[in-house]
Ligand binder design. Structure first.
Ligand SMILES: Cc1ncc(COP(=O)(O)O)c(C=O)c1O
Length: 415
């Protein structure tokens, strides 16, 4: 590559303050609401959680939204609510955070990974079809799909909208309908994304969102499960608080009663009103946050032009939630790890999303996965790095990253 196209955009400046890979953004609205919540004497699940659920359901356009303590909790509840058990298997992507597959294991089921699309990094529907055709059998007597090797019923699919880009839900849903599988969207990254004009969160049977500090909105820790099915939502509500009978959270209030029943062996996954106090205002700010994410996503390609990188793909019929800005390093002279180290030396934080789960020792030991099983996920992982990307970044922060990236390639050519 000719060195002139790698010329830095601006002269090197003195070392600047650390620029993190991500950071949440709270203002006076959240701070005042937290103070009001403390003064109200009701800090756990209560009126603010209910208000947050109503606003969220309204935003997504689903009948139901259940606020919980994390996206992990939401995913676990989704599987528990449909009764996923040790007789079952659940399909998901290998390029995801541990939570997506760990909850399958928590239900005693087998996690099955299907390799990803090389452009969107989402579960590849072609490979899903191939997996079903080659490694499963359909039993017309019980109208269920079974794995040939382990004889597990394939109960559900968890497509992960990686980095906020929606999966090909039309094809995934068609497959799920044909083989009677439940679709649970892992929408941890994808609050605000749309596919063919419909919001992520209403594209499957259930969807799970995360409000971890790096996510598109944050409640510290927190999550939300959306569904159009009121009965399912009710079951999830009960399971999210020990299996206690309906609205038992009101039992300490003026109109509450001390008597309750346990309907199921549930979990302690409820959201607190302190978290919801943040969530209500964060959700109001979401359109502004998304707009800024789009602006940064438009700024990066100009700054990174001509560098040996593959930038994120945005398919035409989708609006990404632009949660991450992952770039793939395609250079023979700078590795992904060198790039991370160079940026770190410039006080710029990055992250890697994700180390594929089939490379993790637990998944190898327990389920027999090995290196080479999912070549696309592995090749993406070896080259990918997530650049700083959050609404509070200024234009000059974004330029600083672009300049540091350019410099990293130039310096290694010179070295
Ligand atoms: C794809 C994905 N799914 C699920 C989760 C779990 O979210 P939480 O931390 O809210 O439990 C994460 C968290 O980073 C994630 O990236």
């Amino acid at each position: 590559m000719a060195t002139e196209i790698l010329t830095p955009l601006a002269p090197e400046t003195h070392k600047q303050a650390f620029l993190p890979f991500s950071a949440p953004w709270f203002g006076d609205e959240e701070k005042n609401e937290i103070l009001k919540t403390l003064d109200s004497d009701w800090i756990t699940t209560g009126p603010r959680t209910k208000a947050f659920e109503a606003k969220f359901a309204d935003y997504i356009g689903t009948g139901e939204a259940v606020a919980v303590s994390s996206c992990t909790a939401a995913l676990h509840l989704a599987l528990a609510a449909i009764g996923v058990s040790p007789r079952d298997a659940v399909i998901t992507s290998p390029l995801t955070f541990a939570a997506t597959a760990n909850v399958i294991v928590h239900q005693g089921a087998q996690p099955i990974f299907v390799d990803i699309d090389p452009d969107t990094y989402n579960l590849d529907p072609d490979k899903l079809v191939t997996f079903i055709q080659q490694q499963c059998r359909w039993d017309p007597r019980n109208r269920a799909l079974w794995t040939k090797k382990t004889n597990k019923r394939v109960r559900a699919i968890i497509p992960v909208h990686y980095a906020g880009h929606p999966c090909d839900m039309d094809r995934i849903n068609a497959c799920a309908r044909e083989f009677r599988m439940t679709v649970i969207e892992d929408a941890a990254h994808a609050l605000g994304a749309t596919s063919r004009g419909r919001k992520v969160g209403r594209l499957g049977d259930m969807a799970c969102f995360s409000f971890y500090p790096t996510k598109n909105i944050s409640t510290g820790e927190g999550g939300m499960l959306t569904t159009q099915d009121p009965e399912l939502a009710q079951r999830i509500r009960v399971l999210s608080l020990h299996g206690i009978s309906r609205d038992a959270w009101k039992r300490y209030g003026q109109d509450g009663s001390w008597r309750y029943d346990i309907l199921d062996a549930g979990f302690k996954y409820n959201m607190t009103d302190l978290s919801a106090a943040l969530g209500i205002h964060q959700l109001e700010k979401l359109p502004r946050f998304l707009k800024r994410r789009v602006e940064i996503a438009e700024q990066y390609p100009r700054l990174l032009a001509d560098l040996p990188l593959k930038l994120p793909t945005a398919l035409p019929h989708t609006e990404s939630a632009w949660h991450l800005y992952p770039v793939q390093v395609r250079s023979s002279w700078v590795s992904r790890d060198q790039l991370i180290a160079t940026l770190r030396a410039d006080n710029i934080g990055t992250s890697v999303h994700f180390i594929p789960l089939h490379l993790m020792s637990y998944y190898q030991r327990r389920f027999g996965y090995k290196t080479g099983d999912f070549p696309v996920a592995e090749s993406v992982f070896n080259r990918i790095v997530s650049l700083p990307f959050f609404p509070r970044m200024t234009d000059s922060d974004v330029e600083r990253v672009g300049f540091a990236m350019r410099k990293a390639f130039v310096e290694s050519v010179a070295a």
